[in-house]
Design a protein around this ligand. Structure first.
Ligand code: AMP
Ligand code: MG
Length: 342
């Protein structure tokens, strides 16, 4: 008979051996106009590598479906048919639009993918000389903004914008949605830990017993500094900030997140970070909070467990949901492997 301590030794050895043989694959690529980084760990290097490749393919696929920068995307087809006819779209595009509409409802219209009818009035590309649009121009465009007018027919699988000039843009949710799809490709037997980041959005996967991911939150006021660190296991984190894209007109900054109620860039919030179980939701709410501001934003944020937010207002003050305040560790270490921006 094998002595007990030998069995124990064998088990410990096996666990240790398996752990030591764990392979880590990390790759980065510029997709959807941002840096996408995917890291995964597991025993079988080949399997992990294949899964990481598949995850990148998922990001490319989502981009092809919903990017408004692509003429051939399904979203661009919906926009071209505004005021003309409903457009048949794939179930995923329908789903992304329906989720967006749900956030519009919950956020009192602060989040609105039809904001895009204002497109071009505010030019953040830097290609044209920047100017503040006239009030009358904004008012004319605002007539075509309104999430309630987006017609989704689930059974027919179509989306219709009833007036010419209406437009949809999923820029505020697309990266989160892509991160979710990429993570799904990694959440398979043989992968023990995974992290997908796309610009300000990320989602982690950690099998029970594995080490959590430690991430850093960048200070929106001082970009060379971290606000703090956070440990996550199976959650998503998204960050939005007006500083990400803006134009400067006569010494004043105008950010790329627009208030669909006024047609003007949202003001009052420097940055917002949201934690949720899925990245699309964190992404949508991070954008919504920029429009809503701290008080209203925290009030309207859905309350299922796991949804948390940190908002830094224009004066640099923090506003956090109770569940998050205690999770942020204020002393940032230089060894944080993943930084994302607040
Ligand atoms: P994010 O970086 O996720 O906050 O997304 C910002 C992008 O969302 C902008 O560049 C616009 O494309 C889009 N956007 C701007 N304002 C809104 C809004 N009020 N609701 C939904 N999307 C918006
Ligand atoms: Mg967003």
């Amino acid at each position: 008979m094998i002595p007990r301590f030998k069995i124990l030794f064998l088990i410990v050895g096996l666990i240790f051996g398996v752990h030591c043989r764990s392979a880590r694959v990390g790759q980065a690529e510029t997709l959807m106009g941002t840096l996408v980084e995917i890291t995964a760990e597991g025993r079988d290097h080949k399997l992990v590598e294949a899964r990481v490749a598949l995850a990148f393919e998922e990001v490319r696929r989502v981009d092809r479906l919903i990017s408004t920068f692509r003429e051939d995307s399904e979203l661009s087809r919906i926009n071209r048919a505004a005021g003309v006819a409903p457009v048949q779209v794939s179930p995923e595009v329908l789903e992304a639009i329906e989720r967006s509409l749900e956030v519009s409802r919950l956020s009192d219209g602060a989040f609105d993918i039809s904001y895009a009818a204002l497109g071009g009035l505010w030019d953040f590309s830097g290609e044209k000389p920047a100017r503040v649009p006239e009030a009358a121009e904004i008012a004319a465009r605002l007539k075509r903004v309104g999430w309630r007018r987006i017609q989704v027919d689930r059974s027919a699988g179509t989306v219709f914008l009833p007036e010419a000039g209406m437009r949809l843009d999923l820029g505020a949710i697309a990266k989160g949605y892509a991160v979710d799809r990429a993570l799904a490709a990694l959440k398979v037997p043989g992968v023990d830990r995974a992290l997908v980041t796309a610009g300000g959005d990320l989602r982690a996967f950690t099998r029970p017993g594995e080490k959590p991911w430690r991430i850093g939150i960048q200070d929106p006021a001082r970009r060379d500094r971290l606000l703090g660190e956070l440990e996550i296991q199976n959650q998503a984190v998204a960050t939005s900030g007006q500083y990400e894209r803006f134009v400067e007109i006569q010494g004043r900054r105008y950010g790329h997140i627009l208030d669909p109620r006024t047609g003007r860039p949202a003001e009052g919030v420097l940055g917002a970070t949201v934690i949720a179980s899925e990245a699309w939701e964190a992404d949508a709410w991070a954008t919504a909070l920029l429009v809503l501001g701290p008080e209203q934003g925290i009030k309207l944020l859905p309350s299922p467990p796991g949804i948390e937010a940190l908002i830094v207002d224009a004066k640099g003050r923090w506003h956090a949901t109770p569940g998050l305040a205690g999770r942020i560790q204020p002393a940032p270490s230089p060894s944080v492997p993943f930084l994302f921006r607040l």
